[in-house]
Structure formats: structure tokens, C-alpha cells
Design a protein around this ligand. Sequence first.
Ligand SMILES: [Zn+2]
Length: 230
Amino acid sequence: MQAENLLKLQSVDQEIARLQREARVYPDRVQEARLVEARLRAEYEAFKKRLAEAEKEHQEMSATFELEDQRLKKSKTKIKQLKTPYEFQALNREIMNTERSNKDLEDSIVKKMEEVEDLKARIQISEQEWKTSLDEFQKKESEAKSKGEEFNQTIESKLEAQRVAREAVEKPLLAKYHFVQRRYSDALVAVKGSSCQGCFRNLPPQMTNEMRKNKLIEQCPNCSRLLYIP
Ligand SMILES: [Zn+2]
């Protein structure tokens, strides 16, 4: 009778433990999704920062080119009015140098523009990936919330069954069971043949004989689990 009552309690205890284990899966999934979302958001933000920098550089280079180009046009007007060959040669050299550096600058501006376009394309993909991960995170979060409530309700109802089952077990036995339960979720196991079904070691024959005769609950001398004869 005591064994039966304790078995009932153990089965409720194991059920509660199982439910609590299962319930923990959902917050874990939320945490995973949160990390992915944070990583993709940081990536997206980094791309946006790089784009802003590249656009600023492009703007500065274009402004420099504009100034240099105006200076070149002025020099080209001025060179026509020069009288001495010395002055002409000096300005002509300057014009050629400016033309060369402007050509280089123009190439750099084109390259910068390509970088800007490339970044814009990558940002679109990055933004999409981030938004997808954000959706996923929110989905997991609301799933965890509803599942959490569901589990809480189920566990709540099991706690009542647990309270009733505890009351049916004699106090000293209950204390012993709770003590063993700290180590083993199967604190109460059957004796099969002459061995403990927790550690599968053989038990002293006089002990199992006693148990059979008096319907006793004993403790396994090896693993300390509580034993009963089914
Ligand atoms: Zn044992």
C-alpha cells in the first residue's frame, strides 16, 4: 500500500519534472533567436555606416574635382595671354600636372561610386536578413509566451495532484523519498529477481525475503534507492 502510494507520487513528480524540462526549451529558443537578430542587426548597422562614409568620401572627392577643374579652366584662359616662353612653359607644366591628377581623381570617383552602389545592394540583402530574423525572434517570443502559459496551467494542475499524493505517504517514508530524490528522479524502484532495478546490483537474500514477507520498503545498500517488491 505504501509502495503504491509512493509510486503514484513518484509518477506525478516525474511528470512535473518532465513538463518543467519541456517548458524550458521555449525560452532557450527565444534566446537563440535574439542572438541571431542582434548579430544581423549589428551587421546591417555596420553596412549603413560604411555607406554613409563612402557617400561622404564621394561627395568630398567630387567637390575637390570641381575646384580643380575650375582652376584648370582659368589656367587655360590665362595661358593664351602669356607673353614670355618661360611663363608659358611654367603654366603649361602646371596645366598638364593638373590634368593628370584630375584624371586620377576622376578614376577614384568612379571607383568610389561603384563602392557606394555595391554597398547599397549589400545593405538591401542585409536589411532583409535582419528583418527576417526579427520576425523569427518575435514569433519565438510569442510562442514562448503562449506555451509558457500552457505549461504553467498544466503544471499547476499537477501540483494539486502532487499535494494529494504526498498526503497519502507516511511522513518518515516521504522524508526518506525526498532525500533520495535529490540524487535520483527514480527514487523508488522495484526489486526484480534479487536485484535493485536502479543500480542492478544483487541484494542480500535475507533482505528480499524480509521484504516479501512483510511488504516492507527498504533502501538499496549499494545506491540507496528505495526498494519495493512489485
Ligand atoms: Zn540499488
